[in-house]
Design a protein around this ligand. Structure first.
Ligand code: SF4
Ligand code: SF4
Length: 342
């Protein structure tokens, strides 16, 4: 199985999951929960695994891919963004938790597990093997109290960390809120598979652990528990005790305010220049701005017109003058909505 075939197989399996919706009792609607995953591949012998064994990173409890699966050759890492339906509701809500987030957050695990189980079955049909360490009975964790910058915090030394594996697989880096920030942002959920499939590892387009975090501090102000600081990042004791208080009131306890309405919610904030004006951007940056802006449905734009582009034809064409440095985006948009684009 080539990497292209693996990615196509994963995309098809995700599309065919029919339980990717959740019912919101108060609104009495069904909404989608997750978007198709961004996928990265890590090698089974990456030197970073040795780093993870250090107490200040994960700790000696961490187990390398070969521990989980004999003959492991690669590790697949998946980031599933939450649906726009959930993001819109979560952004609009002023409550510590809300119906779409509480129910969607619980439902996500069932969807991810179904996806991983079906992918494991497809890999086995091809004569290879795969395993999800998170649900393996050998999965262990040791929680200890540590002092970080004079404040009591919690360190979890764990046999397998999906966040760290996503970093190895080139999906993204950590933010100060300790979520992984990918090219599709941080508001999503993760999954991993150790595989005997000999797939080539993806290149990591970063070297720094916090490289995609712009250090803007918006997540600090968003956190109702005051659990995030620029110096010590997210304090797990404060975060989890706030979650426990929510669980007494809502369907689930995780608040996730640090993920929503922040610059890293749905994109890598470092990838976008501060200004989108022609004078402040290179041609490459303008190409990236157009490409990212067209991904309104969470996918690469396939020009299906499903985003209601007013019958304007192929969307990449009418942004070409911006890419070429001839017209600003606002001029093109004004012409477009004024009906003067031909
Ligand atoms: S909101 Fe800003 S500071 Fe916080 S993790 Fe995202 S990019 Fe970093
Ligand atoms: S999940 Fe909520 S309580 Fe925890 S750090 Fe994020 S915003 Fe704060």
């Amino acid at each position: 199985m080539t990497k292209k075939e693996f990615l196509a197989c994963a995309a098809r399996i995700f599309r065919e999951i029919d339980q990717n919706t959740v019912h919101l009792p108060e609104e009495d609607v069904d909404i989608p929960v997750l978007m198709p995953p961004v996928i990265g591949i890590a090698g089974a012998e990456d030197p970073l695994y040795e780093e993870f064994l250090k107490a200040e990173v994960i700790g000696p409890e961490f187990k390398k891919p070969g521990f989980w699966l004999e003959g492991a050759q690669s590790v697949a890492a998946f980031f599933f963004p939450f649906s726009e339906e959930i993001k819109v509701r979560r952004r609009a809500s002023k409550e510590p938790n809300d119906e779409s987030w509480a129910y969607g957050y619980v439902k996500k695990d069932e969807i991810v597990n179904t996806f991983l189980d079906r992918l494991i079955a497809a890999i086995r049909e091809m004569g290879f093997d795969a395993l999800d360490p998170v649900r393996d009975p050998r999965m262990e964790r040791r929680v200890e109290t540590v002092n970080i910058g004079g404040t009591e915090d919690m360190h979890v030394s764990i046999a397998w960390s999906t966040r760290h594996i996503c970093y190895v697989a080139g999906l993204g880096t950590f933010g100060i809120h300790r979520h992984i920030i990918t090219e599709k942002g941080c508001m999503g959920t993760l999954g991993t598979l150790v595989m005997t499939l000999p797939l080539p590892a993806d290149r990591r387009p970063y070297t720094g652990v916090y490289e995609y975090c712009s250090n803007c501090g918006v997540c600090i102000d968003a956190c109702p528990a005051g659990a995030i600081t620029k110096e010590n990042y997210r304090n797990l004791i404060q975060c989890s005790s706030f979650a426990a208080s929510l669980k007494e009131v809502y369907h689930s306890g995780y608040c996730g305010r640090c993920m929503v309405g922040v610059p890293c919610e749905s994109r890598n904030p470092k990838a976008f220049p501060k200004s989108i004006l022609i004078k402040d951007t290179t041609r490459e940056q303008r190409m990236m701005i157009v490409k990212k802006s067209l991904e309104v449905c969470g996918q690469e734009c396939e020009f299906c017109n499903g985003c209601d582009n007013l019958g304007g034809g192929r969307t990449e064409t009418y942004f070409q003058p911006y890419i070429d440095g001839l017209k600003e985006l606002r001029e093109i948009n004004a012409e477009y909505h004024g009906g003067t684009v031909v």
